[in-house]
Design a protein around this ligand. Structure first.
Ligand SMILES: Nc1nc2c(ncn2[C@@H]2O[C@H](COP(=O)(O)OP(=O)(O)OP(=O)(O)O)[C@@H](O)[C@H]2O)c(=O)[nH]1
Length: 654
């Protein structure tokens, strides 16, 4: 989820102040339709800590976080109330988000709300829903004292409701349980409240009933935020200390950081230092997100806002950093786990000449998505490219789509891999590219063992699909499989929580799709990293006419090498065009050939079918053949059209 209206305003600014750094394809008409109430003359001195509440909305994907955020903004007058529900999350989204109905980046908004003669400053720190972006969720929570736990009244508690609840509880946040979508005919508020009681120990009388769609119950949510969430603490007379929890990049102003002020007051022109990098900066602009940037003269304790300080590189804004005034030493805030890339893939331009353009596009996109890691690599088959690390496979797919949508890039993406640990006699190396994976059987390599990343998976599913889900998990090398029922017996259809450990490699390809189709869409899934485990892994290479194609290499579990080898050789046979000679297609592990197909020879004369004096037609055919040749990648003596790579690699992802 993201606060789409905020994005709208940022983009409006971009529209009026061209040319801007962003290259997103924005929906301008939507951006202009959504009008804000004019920014108030903000005097933040009127908001001491006890008038401030910092909170986030946490929920399983699609349980209505964005919709509730829209209503809260309307109700507090931060955006204009629309008669026909025009302030919908459909507005002004990136194409990738419109296409997929998901949110990628957490956003922040400050709202002013009057209750009983008193004005409050409510800071909403929004969170995305998908498991790949859970890093953003915990990062957002670090700046809050409370969270609205939203549960869909028709779907009930789902896998990510569990994980976000536990993260919020571990961080000591006050949790306000909210039942959303009570307008739906399928809503079962009492049943879902009973689930929340048995799973989370939540008192059913504490649960608020709302419809974020119709607006029912929203004022009770605002009341609960003020009454139940504790205010932040901080001393305006203390030494200045701020927690940096997010950043974005602006071509003109450099890095814009979002901070939560812990102690002291920050004003324009003051000099601050980063605890992490020890670099010093001067504040050139500061303010609050309302929901667009509204400059203020100062930021006080407990407040959440943005700062610009001529920070040039995104990497200087270290998430979780403590900022302090130059010359004053403060105790740093407890650090923050940096995002860890778990899925890696090579990205190559379809036309090798486009590499500089592709590299520039990747660089620009990573300015808005700090969690992506980038390294140059090259492949004999695909030429120069980049190896990118992502938080998960959805994250990878979103990035790929953004490259295509926003930067018009024509790219080939190699099969995703996870980071493996290869333990040698004298050192341990992390390998995230199959090309670098050693031949285990070759004793001269001195490989002691190979370890793969493991995750702890949770699946919530109606009990009639439990057996099917267990089978699916076992097919994907699950261990420690356990389950428990989430509702007391006597329910018509109880739901079960299935937990197990699984290799991460097993879920990056198409596990999620299988889970959805084999549970008729009812299962929800979540996972967390659970370390590394020793495993029998091997590198599988594919040979065309006895020449290895590096871009197609895979790391597979030994138990599955036969099945995978045969399957891919068959697929390659289907997509590779016939050549002038017979071409063996082989899958091999070390020197062992696992599977083989043979592509029969083709005759060359493209004009053979043309009789008589059709000179021009003959020339056209020959020209076409020449053009097609230009687009070929030559593997040994085999010409492989770029489209075949597309077919092979995209089918590898499915
Ligand atoms: N009937 C009904 N539909 C709702 C309600 N709240 C949200 N929805 C719908 O539920 C869908 C998901 O809502 P979002 O607000 O995008 O959910 P989200 O939690 O932000 O989703 P992510 O950003 O993907 O995590 C949308 O189609 C909303 O219109 C509600 O109270 N009643």
């Amino acid at each position: 989820m993201r606060l789409r209206w905020q994005a709208t305003f940022r983009r409006q600014r971009f529209l009026y102040r061209p040319p801007c750094h962003t290259s997103h394809t924005f929906c301008t008409s939507a951006a202009l339709r959504l009008a804000a109430t004019p920014p108030p003359s903000v005097n933040l001195e009127n908001f001491p800590c006890d008038s401030i509440r910092n909170f986030s909305i946490i929920a399983h994907i699609d349980h209505g976080k964005s919709t509730l955020a829209d209503r809260l903004l309307e109700m507090t007058g931060t955006i204009k109330m629309s008669s026909k529900g025009a302030n919908k999350q459909v507005l002004d989204k990136l194409k990738v988000e419109r296409d997929r109905g998901i949110t990628v980046k957490a956003q922040t908004a400050s709202m002013f709300y009057q209750q009983k003669e008193r004005q409050y400053l409510l800071n909403l720190i929004d969170t995305p829903g998908h498991v790949d972006f859970s890093w953003e969720v915990s990062r957002s929570m670090a700046a809050c004292q409370g969270a609205l736990l939203l549960v869909d009244a028709s779907q009930g508690v789902q896998a990510q409701s569990l994980s976000v609840f536990h993260t919020a509880r571990e961080r000591g946040l006050k949790i306000i349980p909210v039942l959303n979508k009570i307008d739906l005919p399928a809503a079962q508020p009492d049943r879902v409240k009973a689930q929340m009681h048995s799973i989370f120990g939540i008192d059913p009388s504490d649960v608020l009933h709302i419809s974020a769609k119709t607006g029912e119950g929203i004022s009770a949510v605002l009341r609960a935020i003020i009454e139940r969430i504790p205010p932040p603490s901080g001393e305006s007379t203390g030494k200045f200390k701020a927690f940096l929890f997010d950043s974005s990049y602006d071509r003109y102003r450099g890095v814009i950081s979002l901070v939560s002020i812990q102690d002291g007051v920050l004003r324009k022109g003051e000099r601050i230092a980063s605890f992490h990098t020890r670099k010093k900066y001067e504040i050139t602009e500061l303010g609050i997100m309302h929901p667009e940037e509204v400059p203020t003269t100062q930021l006080l304790p407990g407040q959440v806002g943005y700062i610009a300080c001529n920070m040039k590189q995104s990497s200087e804004a270290h998430i979780g950093d403590t900022l302090h005034r130059v010359g004053e030493m403060v105790e740093p805030m407890p650090g923050f786990q940096p995002a860890k890339a778990m899925v890696f893939a090579g990205i190559y331009p379809v036309d090798s000449n486009d590499f500089p353009k592709l590299e520039e596009s990747i660089k620009r996109l990573t300015l808005t998505d700090r969690s992506v890691t980038v390294q140059r690599e090259s492949s004999a088959a695909l030429g120069q490219g980049c190896r990118l690390g992502f938080l998960g496979s959805l994250h990878m797919d979103v990035f790929r789509q953004r490259l295509e949508d926003e930067h018009d890039a024509k790219i080939v993406v190699t099969a995703p891999t996870v980071p493996y640990k290869v333990v040698y006699k004298d050192r341990t190396v992390i390998v995230s590219n199959p090309t670098d994976f050693p031949d285990i059987i070759d004793t001269s390599m001195h490989v002691r063992e190979v370890q793969e990343p493991i995750v702890k998976a949770s699946i919530i599913v109606p009990e009639e699909f439990l057996g099917e889900m267990m089978d699916l998990c076992f097919e994907h090398r699950a261990e420690d499989v356990d389950h428990r029922y989430l509702e007391s017996s006597g329910e018509t259809s109880s739901r079960a929580l299935l937990t197990c450990t699984m290799p991460l490699n097993e879920i990056v390809m198409n596990f999620f799709d299988k889970l959805k189709s084999r549970s008729s869409g009812f299962a929800s899934f979540d996972y967390e990293a659970a370390g590394y485990k020793r495993s029998n892994l091997v590198k599988m290479i594919f040979l065309l006419n006895n020449k290895p194609v590096d871009a197609l290499a895979l790391i597979v579990h030994q138990s599955a090498e036969q099945t995978i080898g045969k399957m891919w050789v068959k697929k390659l046979h289907k997509v590779i065009p016939r050549q002038l000679f017979e071409v063996p297609i082989q899958a091999a592990v070390g020197k062992r050939v696992i599977a083989r197909e043979t592509l029969s020879a083709l005759r060359a004369d493209v004009t053979a079918g043309l009789y008589g004096g059709h000179y021009e037609r003959k020339m056209k055919h020959l020209e076409n053949q020449k053009e097609a040749k230009r687009r070929m990648k030559r593997i040994g003596r085999v010409d492989l059209p770029q489209e075949a790579f597309f077919d092979i690699l995209s089918s590898k992802h499915s």
